[in-house]
Structure formats: structure tokens, C-alpha cells
Design a protein around this ligand. Sequence first.
Ligand SMILES: Nc1nc2c(ncn2[C@@H]2O[C@H](COP(=O)(O)OP(=O)(O)OP(=O)(O)O)[C@@H](O)[C@H]2O)c(=O)[nH]1
Ligand SMILES: [Mg+2]
Length: 196
Amino acid sequence: MGKDKVYVVVVFGRTGMGISSLVNLIVGKEGAKCSREGRSCTKDTKAFRLDLDGRKIDVYDTPGFGGTDNKPSDNDIISKILRISKKHGIDLLINCLVPKDGIVPGHYNAVLSALRGQNREAPIAAVVTRLERVEGPMEGWWSEPSNNGGKMESKWNMVFAGHACVTTVPSDDIGWSQRRSESQKAVRALVLKFCH
Ligand SMILES: Nc1nc2c(ncn2[C@@H]2O[C@H](COP(=O)(O)OP(=O)(O)OP(=O)(O)O)[C@@H](O)[C@H]2O)c(=O)[nH]1
Ligand SMILES: [Mg+2]
């Protein structure tokens, strides 16, 4: 590993679920533009640099799948992710998921099969967001029998190389600052596992 290596992490998911917010949480800056509820916002892929533990990591924001208002089509989004893979190589994909409506096996499968088809498969981790209101530790969401992450695997064959359970609720929402910083710690630890 050269010391100038730049690791590449790509975050994807359904539109409006908090992809850009998750990128900002990981990078620790409000660099990526986030939407107001109900409007697709991110139009193109964009990298935000994180320096962590002596490593340079480019975290890519992507347009959400299923976007409205002149948003790239799902196929365009796949092409954009493939382009990043061909140009830079991808060390980790993060599927941004929200309980219920934000868990879409089709998005996971589309990304996985497109990369596989080009012999460019990369590990996919799950980050489950919007968990600020769960009782007990956010991580508990994953193993709670009624909604657990293992079920995603057995039900939809969504197999993840790792996961984190978080909230990316805005930092000015003071009620959740503790959970927000826990979330940043958890998701950065996940990222570092794949950047070495
Ligand atoms: N309560 C709560 N709201 C969140 C969370 N993450 C994101 N949001 C809100 O969800 C809305 C959409 O967030 P974005 O990060 O812009 O979502 P996106 O997936 O990038 O959306 P597009 O770029 O429009 O496809 C914003 O109003 C966020 O503040 C979370 O963990 N908890
Ligand atoms: Mg966005």
C-alpha cells in the first residue's frame, strides 16, 4: 500500500432516505447538499475527502434510486457507480437503508449484479439510518427478531459484509447530539475495516 493511496467508499440507496446526510456524517462536514422532505436533491455523484487514522478516503455521494424531478434514472445511477469503479476502484459500497420503505432489495441487487458483470465486485455494507428514536442501543435494531438485519439476508438474499445502525439527524437537532456522535463513531469504524 503506497502512502498516497486514496480509498474509495460509495454510498447508495433509495432517494430521500438520507444518503447525503450519511456522507456528511462520515466525513464530518456538511459538504453534501441535503434535501427537504419529499424532493429529490442529489443530481450527480460527488466525492468528499475524509482524512482518518492517517488514511485518505474519498466518500462518494450518489443520486438516490427512484428519484423524481429530472433525476438520473436508476440505470444512469448504476452507470455512474460503474464509472467510479473503473476510474478509481471501490473499496466499500454502503447501502443506506431505512426500516420498511427504505429497504429495497432491487437497488442492492442492481448495484451488485452490475459490478459483478464487469468483474468489479466490491464489499457491500448496510448502514441503517433514522434510528434516533429506537429504545435502547441503536445497534439493537439489527438483531431485534421483528426487524433484524439477518432477516434481510434470509428473506431477500441481501448479504452484507458489515453493518452499522445509526441516526444522521442534523447536528443542530440538539436532542440527538449524543446519538449522532455514537453514529459517527460506528460508521467510521465500519469504513476503516475496509480501508487498510
Ligand atoms: N429524523 C431523521 N431524518 C433524517 C435522517 N437522515 C436524513 N434525514 C432527513 O431526510 C431528508 C433527506 O435527507 P438527504 O440526506 O438529503 O437524503 P438523500 O437520500 O440524499 O436524498 P436525495 O439526494 O434527494 O435522493 C432530510 O430532511 C434529512 O434531514 C435521520 O437519520 N433521521
Ligand atoms: Mg442526496
